[in-house]
Ligand binder design. Structure first.
Ligand code: P6P
Length: 329
């Protein structure tokens, strides 16, 4: 193997050296996420081949049909992380309440929030899916983690990232020291550094990404902002899978929007385990995030599964969209 090849494991060790006080627990969490990602990737890529696709007949907290792969991904992450002694509490899009570390296992100083398999409504049509994760430090006083540890604003995240299960499986993460992308080499089961120090182009390709089916439900300023982009020759690209739309935006530039509308006044996407981690990644890559008024990272969470309007992309585009919404308010 060429000496220039850097595995995720080696990269994590090198990142850990940036923090002399590091205990290694944080690095272990990233290893465990990568392990879970490999297992989920294998099943996602086999979904059409084994009897794992199709409705599980169970519903998550949002009343959406939970596919078996959703449950599988949720359980894989839990099983990889519950016994390691690094976490004090977890939260998942699929589980209504905070997920405690079982009493038989020790608790650690970190918190994991995740969307185990985002875009799962696309499973059966083989559209790209993703896992999104957010890591915080424990702030509550007791030994076990609490809701207080989960309800932290995005600007306190220690790390954030996602796994995109597409034509290849990639893991992209940041600890605040750049954004780095790793592509899974399935034949050796290693994530290899393929995108070092990712920076979002600005303005980048003229692409906007939003579900225009809701156009009539948007506030006028939102409608005008999209009309203006079309007048300037922007193309629409919308996959309907947040991780896929986000990953393209990070690589190409442009803007992704999931606005609030008359039917969903808070938007659809979740603050703590979708918007916040994506916001940390995009801002660390030189882009911007917004809830329409300010950075997602500055939103103070009140509920575990709260939704937020979401704008992510090239700084110039998010700035101007935010200004247009403020003007129209
Ligand atoms: P809509 C997928 O179901 C998801 O949660 C995100 O991955 C995606 O960005 C969004 O919903 C798509 O929602 O309303 O456009 O179908």
């Amino acid at each position: 193997m060429a000496s220039s090849v850097i595995t995720l494991s080696r990269h994590i060790v090198e990142q850990e050296r940036l923090y002399p006080e590091a205990t290694g627990a944080f690095s272990d969490i990233l290893y465990d996420i990568a392990l879970a990602a490999k297992i989920i990737s294998r099943e996602v890529n086999r979904a059409g081949l084994v009897d794992i696709v199709g409705s599980a007949g169970r519903f998550n907290v949002h009343g959406e049909d939970v596919r078996k792969l959703d449950m599988f991904a949720n359980d894989v992450i839990f099983d990889a992380m519950d016994h390691t002694g690094n976490l004090c509490v977890m939260a998942s899009e699929e589980i209504e309440a905070p997920i405690p570390i079982p009493d038989k296992f020790p608790c650690g100083n970190y918190v994991l929030l995740h969307d185990p398999l985002d875009g799962s409504s696309n499973i059966e049509v083989n559209v790209t899916l993703g896992t999104i994760f957010s890591i915080h430090r424990k702030i509550s006083k007791g030994e076990r983690g609490t809701m207080e540890d989960l309800l932290q604003p995005g600007n306190r995240q220690l790390a954030a990232g996602y796994v995109v299960y597409g034509s290849s499986t990639m893991l992209v993460y940041t600890t605040g020291a750049g954004v780095h992308g790793f592509t899974l080499e399935p034949s050796i089961g290693e994530f290899l550094l393929s995108h070092k120090d990712m920076r979002i182009p600005d303005p980048g390709k003229k692409i906007y990404s939003v579900n225009e089916a809701y156009y009539k439900r948007w506030e006028p300023a939102q409608q005008q902002a999209v009309d203006q982009l079309k007048d300037e020759g922007y193309s629409l690209r919308y996959i309907g899978s947040l991780v896929a739309d986000f990953h393209r935006t990070l690589l190409y530039g442009g803007i992704f929007m999931y606005p609030s509308d008359t039917k969903s006044p808070q938007g659809k996407l979740r603050l703590l385990y979708e918007a916040s981690p994506m916001a940390m990644v995009i801002e660390e890559a030189g882009g911007r995030s917004s809830d329409g008024r300010k950075s997602i990272l500055d939103v103070e969470p009140e509920e575990l599964h709260q939704r937020t309007p979401l704008y992510l992309g090239s700084k110039s585009l998010v700035d101007r969209t935010e200004a247009a919404l403020a003007e129209g308010a």
